[in-house]
Write a protein of this length. Structure first.
Lengths: 110, 113
């Protein structure tokens, strides 16, 4: 099965760096998504990792280790607007249907 | 380009009633997905359409839920009769050829009392 674990809540200071971890247990694995969701809004796609390593997109980077069943989302130069829920989701081999974690609520304060 | 839209944004109904949720995907997106998030839990997959055909409906909880996509454009999700545990936020998403890039709608918050 797939158990997606991520912290429930994190706080950070504006301008700082924060790392949101996600671990997954799955019998088959295709890739891993990260989504951002502001309260009351649609989840928006941030990244999809298939291969091991770090992928950088501006202030956001996502890392994957397939052997360890581990991923993280790194947010640099935090801004107040980055306060949101960050959803980790894993896909089984042969499917792009994501299985979501419960999300990490990130609070950025001045 | 308009995004995925969902109607209504909120719905409050009594147990035993029927509710129909609507999703309009991004124009040209053949793939349409329904998801649900119940209070305090994770978003869960319900089903996947490719055009008007159901590709995967493994996530549909029971036969009180009926999804349709006649004509391969918009989709409806009917809950009949609604139960208390059906309360939650129902998301729709669509994608074109690349199944990884799913665009989500803002969701419909359903409250069954």
């Amino acid at each position: 099965g797939q158990n997606i674990d991520q912290p429930t809540e994190m706080t950070a200071t504006e301008g700082a760096i924060v790392q949101i971890n996600c671990t997954y247990q799955t019998s088959g694995f295709n890739g891993l998504f990260w989504y951002q969701q502001h309260a009351g809004e649609a989840p928006t796609f941030l990244s999809y990792n298939v291969l091991d390593g770090l992928e950088e997109k501006g202030r956001f980077s996502s890392f994957l280790s397939r052997s360890k069943g581990y991923s993280y989302l790194l947010l640099k130069e935090l801004q107040m607007k980055d306060s949101a829920s960050y959803l980790c989701a894993a896909c089984l081999r042969g499917s792009y249907i994501p299985t979501f974690g419960r999300g990490t609520s990130l609070i950025v304060h001045p | 380009e308009a995004g995925v839209t969902q109607f209504p944004s909120h719905s409050v109904i009594e147990k035993g009633q029927t509710v129909t949720l609507r999703c309009d995907p991004i124009s040209g997106h053949d793939n349409l997905y329904w998801y649900r998030r119940v209070m305090g839990k994770e978003i869960k997959f319900l089903l996947h359409f490719v055009k008007e055909s159901k590709q995967d409906e493994s996530g549909m909880p029971n036969n009180r839920f009926l999804a349709e996509r006649t004509g391969g454009t918009y989709s409806t999700l009917k809950v009949q009769p609604a139960e208390l545990e059906d309360s939650g936020v129902y998301f729709c998403a669509s994608s074109k050829g690349d199944l990884r890039e799913q665009y989500f709608g803002p969701g419909t918050r359903l409250t069954v009392t």
